[in-house]
Design a protein around this ligand. Structure first.
Ligand code: SF4
Length: 366
């Protein structure tokens, strides 16, 4: 462990594996925010480059072709900016609300990830530094909702806010205390909980005090598949091994079974994975589990980019024999598994989950 500013202890090997920050783009006067000062102090040797806006950085975004650069950027670049417009968006699938982001971008590089598509491919982590404004907004928003009176698939009792739609909070927590602040906020809210999906085990989070008010959704898929498409993430066995520890530390732990990638023998691989979860977790963990199941969607443009840097993953992700295409509003071709096959596969995996982990309810599957 390494101590880095503000008494935080960060797992050094993890931070070193994912990040080697050499350049920090920041908006003007960013040091007026304590959170910006924290990040800048953490990387004192990084070159600082002032930019007009965190969204418009010449030479950083918009280059789908130069894959080597955008993967390197994930490791070497951070962006500091102010989140200007704050709003919580209705969701109603995994969460009731999508919270305004305290970060976007990711240091990992899953080949099916849609975040780089939105952000112009190079998507290093942007840290939003006005975190007090964001937590204040969330506190007032939750207070306005009052008690949740109608249980739904997100949660039977609490309003659920997704705090990691455009990033992975376990990585964000390596860079700043934004996630710690969010977990602390929700620990004190009577009617709301935070939720995020993750593909990284960051044990620093075990030192926070979530008091049951933050849900961590560990993202799982069969290991052999994960090795091909989950780039720079924690291995599946490590994620499963962390589940009990997160429950013991006061988190609610759920499963994010996604993306489900269909190939010859896929269901047998999922049986092995679910057996591993059942065999490696405590009764207490299994009793509080719930899962969301999301089958893969893919995109022609992302497929073309991936062929340039990671073609073996595309053999799994791009299966025209199994997929059907739909033109998106932006004119892109998105693909998903053909109906009615997909409906049958959803049912097969849901049945398998009921057999292997009978305690685990399915929040939704599609
Ligand atoms: S961990 Fe999540 S946000 Fe990061 S690259 Fe993978 S899918 Fe994208």
């Amino acid at each position: 462990m390494t101590t880095l500013g503000s008494n935080r202890r960060v797992p050094a090997h993890l931070a070193d594996r994912l990040l080697d920050v050499r350049r920090i783009y920041h908006e003007r006067d960013i040091e007026r925010f304590p959170r910006a000062r924290q990040v800048l102090e953490r990387y004192p040797d990084a070159e600082r480059i002032e930019v007009l806006s965190h969204q418009a950085i010449p030479g950083l975004y918009g280059n789908a072709g130069n894959v080597a650069d955008w993967v390197r950027n994930k490791r070497e670049v951070l962006v500091l900016g102010e989140k200007k417009s704050l709003s919580a968006r209705r969701n109603e699938r995994s969460s009731d609300w999508i919270a305004p982001s305290t970060a976007n971008g990711c240091a990992m590089a899953c080949s099916y990830c849609y975040v780089p598509r939105r952000k112009g491919y190079a998507n290093p982590i942007t840290v939003f530094t006005n975190v007090e404004k964001i937590t204040g907004y969330l506190e007032r928003h939750a207070a306005r909702q009052g008690p949740k009176t109608v249980p739904n698939q997100c949660d039977p009792v609490d309003w659920v806010y997704d705090i990691g739609e455009n990033s992975d909070c376990s990585v964000d927590a390596l860079v700043s205390d934004n996630v710690r602040d969010l977990v602390g906020l929700f620990a004190g809210l009577p009617n709301a909980k935070a939720s995020f999906a993750t593909k990284l085990v960051n044990r620093e989070l075990l030192s926070y005090e979530p008091r049951g008010r933050t849900r961590v959704r560990f993202s799982l898929m069969p290991d052999e598949t994960s090795k091909l498409v989950d780039i720079r993430t924690s291995r599946i066995s490590e994620r499963i091994a962390a589940m009990d520890d997160f429950v013991e530390a006061g988190y609610e732990v759920h499963l994010n079974l996604s993306p489900v990638i269909v190939h010859e023998g896929w269901l047998a691989d999922w049986a092995v994975l679910l057996d591993q979860v059942a065999d490696s977790t405590s009764e207490r963990t299994r009793a509080q589990l719930a899962a969301e199941i999301i089958f893969l969607t893919h995109n022609e443009e992302l497929h073309d980019v991936n062929l340039g840097w990671h073609p073996s993953g595309e053999e799994l992700l791009w299966r025209p024999d199994l997929q059907q295409a739909k033109r998106s509003q932006s004119g892109q071709w998105n693909v998903r598994y053909k109906s009615p096959w997909k409906g049958r596969w959803v049912q097969q995996l849901t049945d398998l989950l009921a057999e292997k982990l009978p305690e685990c309810r399915v929040r939704y599957a599609f």
